[in-house]
Ligand binder design. Structure first.
Ligand SMILES: Cc1cc2nc3c(=O)[nH]c(=O)nc-3n(C[C@H](O)[C@H](O)[C@H](O)COP(=O)(O)OP(=O)(O)OC[C@H]3O[C@@H](n4cnc5c(N)ncnc54)[C@H](O)[C@@H]3O)c2cc1C
Length: 355
């Protein structure tokens, strides 16, 4: 490690690795802290929690060979991988990049350009001077001219054992990410929650081609979502709102979700709901606990970008990228995009300061 690093990156999701790729190529010699403490800080970020990723540009799902043959000239077909054996859907070759695989590729790309990686959590920072200090859980404090915070946000779950058991087998926290996967397509599904996100997720699922019934399960007798959103859900022909209901248990056949056991919040009754998937939409928690009081955040703890279309924060030389500052899009590709922006913003900051 140098006496003073030029760029330290905290976080190892798409935002962190993209920032590292750009920073390393710009010769900033980035040092990246991965985060190790589960469940919040799984190395490789949130995509490490999921299986197939179908919507990251450049990584098509399906019969990849046929796809690439249709997309690039024939003189480049010689290096096309066939769909790996055993990967089939409806008798056709089918493959989609796995979340962990996509992240390993990003990590390797960052390593190839010289990113140095430390498997440690950052537990504190000192942003009071011109040079910033980053304090890892174990090991020496690190000094840096610029810091890119890319620590993500974790989805909140209900906390049921059965929910944990069926994650990736019918339980998800992201309809935009997973709703179009074959396991959920044209199936009755439940969305849990009553805020704008829950209504958006329910609407997204209900508008998918051939959508079956979407149940919006809410513990109160009115939605917290804005009136426009709430009216949209109430009037959608495919959405049925189940009021005053909470999920007691996720039911399944070991392989996947087959239903939900719901209990009423107004009496002792319970019901079983036949659904093939449950989307939990009860909010996210940004991984910013270690930054409390160190820079400006909104009331939910997300870091605030201080200029439109830039990744600057309220502290000079400190930039934020990905879900930790974005409670709106929350996608791998948008996180990677702002990771790239943060590296470019860092580089320009250092150049302007003559550092
Ligand atoms: C189950 C699931 C499926 C998803 N599927 C898709 C999909 O198909 N397509 C899609 O586009 N998006 C999907 N998403 C959303 C996507 O994963 C996120 O938008 C994206 O990963 C955010 O990237 P990020 O780099 O901002 O943060 P993250 O991916 O959350 O990575 C941040 C990482 O930083 C590290 N970290 C945190 N705190 C510290 C600390 N104090 N010190 C050091 N390191 C720290 C941790 O390792 C953490 O995991 C899915 C999300 C989930 C939960």
């Amino acid at each position: 490690m140098s006496d003073i690093e030029r760029t330290v990156i905290i976080g190892s999701g798409p935002a962190g690795w993209s920032a590292a790729i750009y920073a390393a190529r710009a010769n900033l010699k980035p040092l990246l802290f991965e985060g190790t403490t589960k469940p919040e800080m799984i190395p490789l970020g949130q995509l490490a929690f999921t299986t197939e990723v179908e919507n990251y540009a450049g990584f098509p799902a399906g019969n990849i060979r046929a796809f690439v043959e249709s997309a690039v000239d024939s003189d480049r077909h010689y290096n096309l991988p066939p769909v790996p054996k055993g990967h089939e859907k409806d008798g056709q070759p089918h493959y989609a990049v796995q979340g962990v695989e996509l992240m390993e590729l990003m990590k390797q790309q960052a390593l190839n350009f010289g990113t140095r990686v430390v498997g440690d959590d950052i537990v504190d920072v000192d942003f009071s001077g011109d040079v910033h200090t980053i304090i890892p859980a174990s090991g020496e404090p690190v000094k840096a001219r610029t810091v890119i915070i890319a620590t993500g946000a974790r989805a909140n779950y209900l906390g049921l054992e059965s929910e944990e058991k069926y994650k990736n087998k019918g339980v998800s926290a992201c309809a935009v990410c997973d709703g179009a996967l074959p396991m959920y397509r044209r199936q009755p599904l439940a969305v849990i929650g009553g805020g704008d996100t829950a209504v958006e997720e329910a609407s997204y699922l209900a508008n998918l081609d051939g959508a079956d019934k979407i149940y919006l399960v809410h513990r109160r007798d009115e939605l917290r979502a804005s009136k426009v959103m709430a009216d949209r859900a109430k009037s959608h022909p495919n959405i049925e709102i189940l009021w005053n209901s909470v999920v007691e248990e996720v039911l399944g056949d070991e392989e996947r979700v087959t239903g939900l056991k719901l209990s009423s919040t107004i009496d002792d009754s319970t019901t079983e709901l036949d659904v093939k998937g449950m989307f939990v939409a009860i909010g996210h928690t940004p991984n910013t606990g270690f930054l409390a009081g160190k820079l400006d955040m909104n009331s939910s703890g997300y870091i605030q970008w201080t200029k439109p279309f830039r990744t600057e924060t309220s502290v000079q030389g400190v930039f934020a990228a990905g879900d930790v500052a974005d409670d709106y899009y929350r996608q791998a590709i948008t996180s990677a995009g702002t990771g790239c922006m943060a590296a470019l913003d860092s580089e320009r900051y250092l150049a302007e300061a003559g550092l």
